[in-house]
Ligand binder design. Structure first.
Ligand code: NAD
Ligand code: ZN
Length: 366
């Protein structure tokens, strides 16, 4: 494999990782330790699923600590991040000692973004892009409760910005979590279809990366391990057994490490089109897009079908059935704007493989 030495950047990693069933019980102790060393309260961002009485997680707030529930029915928008940042600033006199994100990609990305915004001036949208964050954020602990996106391991936090028509993260080494608690027991309560859609994000990231042309042995190794673990989980009899939830949590983490050092391919751009036009959520959007991209990923598509069948998972059908030319064009533009992954998948002349009628027919199949 030939490497372009001018393009090598050091890779960054989350600070510390605890991986064990039941490890969530350690959170209280970690927060206390932080607060002993640094003044300021702890600020929790927790997925709204855990707000209701029957679903409460076992952690307690001390005097001055703040807890916000994140509504993951809407993926994070820049104005949500600015709103949370304002609320924290107005509730505490100095910087918090620690920020904790508990949930899926939405809650974890919110925690990462607010942590950065508390130590950097301006608005969240000012930092959508690469390496724009100037100061390290507040120390942050990530606790995924659903596995697949790799948000726990990545150096970005995805936010949509309707005003600018953008869905883009704060890509920065300061966005990485300082510590992770990976406790597979936390994903027990995830609804089966959602568990599958989010889990498939890890598989999709890595099959796209491995089928692309920008390759490096470092990311490939993580990708292969991720794909192998996903196969064990989704081709096994019960994807949600204790053992398989453990495997998928590891796959998600490794997939996040892989994708931080490589690129996705065709599926993510098509999914982004759905997200811009229909507000389709990331992971289900990926599955819908993947389902229509058989021509480009035939072997992987066959495996994906088998996984759905074994796990008894269904996908919504006909999402673009009634789309007219104008809507199809919007979908196409929102997808083809993602030049880097498309080039990774199809080469410099990617538009030749994706003429308008081809793109329309792919969307019509969704
Ligand atoms: P999510 O945060 O969208 O949550 C999905 C659903 O699962 C929600 O209904 C939530 O309430 C529920 N849920 C979560 N944990 C649960 C539990 N233990 N029990 C019951 N229900 C539970 O989940 P996601 O799919 O992990 O995240 C998608 C988000 O992640 C999108 O906003 C996407 O843009 C982002 N993302 C970020 C990165 C990154 O690197 N930062 C990468 C990919 C995707
Ligand atoms: Zn993804």
């Amino acid at each position: 494999m030939v490497v372009d030495l001018n393009n090598i950047k050091p890779s960054c990693w989350v600070g510390e990782v605890v991986f064990a069933r039941g490890a969530f019980a350690k959170l209280g102790e970690m927060v206390k330790e932080r607060k002993k060393a640094y003044s300021g309260p702890a600020v929790f961002f927790v997925d709204h699923f855990f707000a209701s009485a029957g679903n409460k997680l076992d952690f307690s707030l001390e005097n001055g600590d703040l807890c916000y529930f994140v509504d993951s029915s809407i993926e994070p928008r820049t104005e949500d991040i600015d709103g949370f940042t304002r609320k924290v600033r107005s509730s505490v006199s100095g910087p918090p000692s620690v920020i904790i994100g508990i949930g899926g990609g939405c809650a974890m990305d919110t925690a990462k973004a607010v942590s950065n915004m508390l130590t950097n001036d301006g608005l969240a949208e000012d930092y959508q892009g690469w390496d724009l964050v100037k100061n390290p954020g507040i120390f942050k602990i990530g606790v995924p409760t659903i596995s697949g996106t790799g948000a726990e391991a990545s150096r970005t936090c995805v936010m949509s910005n309707k005003k600018k028509g953008l869905k883009l993260g704060m890509n920065s080494k300061f966005t990485l979590f300082d510590r992770l608690i990976l406790d597979p027991d936390l994903s027990k309560t995830v609804e089966r279809n959602q568990y599958f859609y989010t889990g498939m994000d890890a598989y999709i990231h890595c099959i796209e990366s491995l089928a692309g042309s920008y390759r490096n042995f470092f990311a490939d190794t993580f990708s292969r391990m991720t794909v192998e673990l996903c196969r064990e989980v989704f081709l096994g009899s019960d994807m949600m057994s204790d053992e398989n939830r453990e495997k998928l949590m590891m796959a998600s983490f490794l997939g996040g490490c892989a994708i931080a050092n490589s690129y996705v391919g065709l599926i993510h751009p098509f999914s982004a089109g759905l997200s811009v036009v229909f507000d389709t959520h990331h992971c289900i959007g990926n599955c819908i897009a993947f389902n229509a991209l058989e021509d480009f990923y035939p072997d992987q598509h066959r495996e994906f079908q088998k996984m759905m069948q074994i796990q008894g998972v269904t996908l919504p059908a006909g999402i673009c059935r009634n789309s007219g030319t104008e809507e199809l064009r919007k979908l196409m533009n929102a997808s083809l704007i993602h030049e880097v992954p498309l080039r990774n998948a199809l080469g410099q002349d990617y538009r030749k493989s994706l003429p308008e009628e081809k793109v329309f027919s792919i969307f019509k199949r969704m």
